[in-house]
Design a protein around this ligand. Structure first.
Ligand code: 4NP
Length: 153
């Protein structure tokens, strides 16, 4: 079955669109056929493009995420996607609250994909400076590469 991957954070304007972009790039490089999307547990930024700082760090790494638009995660996403990755523990518990019992998606923390980072959060860079976004990009890229390797295996 073709894999479909959804990345989820709080606002869907920083971490999860960066993860979507990093994974889309890595999957494209690897020739992996996969559906990719991102969403937020909150609704504040529905319809908005990613934060300018998120767009900038992605662009600096060769990835354009300017066309992405925020949306809120739904119960139906658990039927539509094979894998759902939460950026942090709060996102994970919010997702568990709406997860339908019989839905097929596997739900886990993104950094569970990275050896040694199991159960660690991708910290929210929204209220900090540019170095936070650089760190976020490193973390989501490392996880994206690990996910490509796993899905290719
Ligand atoms: P994200 O960051 O969850 O990585 O998209 C945030 C963006 C906006 C807000 C919170 C987190 N906000 O409260 O507006």
């Amino acid at each position: 079955m073709r894999s479909s991957v959804l990345f989820v954070c709080l606002g869907n304007i920083c971490r999860s669109p960066m993860a979507e972009g990093a994974f889309g790039y890595a999957a494209g490089q690897a020739g992996l056929d996969v559906e990719i999307d991102s969403a937020g547990t909150g609704s504040w930024h529905v319809g908005e493009p990613p934060d300018k700082r998120a767009q900038a760090i992605a662009r600096a790494n060769g990835v354009d995420i300017s066309h992405l638009r925020g949306r809120q995660v739904t119960r139906d996403d658990f039927h539509r996607f094979t894998h759902i990755f939460a950026m942090d523990g709060n996102n994970l518990s919010d997702l568990r609250l709406i997860q339908p019992p019989a839905a097929g998606a596997t739900l886990s923390l993104l950094l569970d994909l990275v050896d040694g980072d199991s159960a660690r959060d991708v910290a929210d860079p929204y209220y900090g400076g540019d170095e936070g976004f650089e760190r976020t990009w490193r973390e989501v890229s490392e996880a994206a590469n690990a996910l490509v390797a796993r899905l290719k295996a």
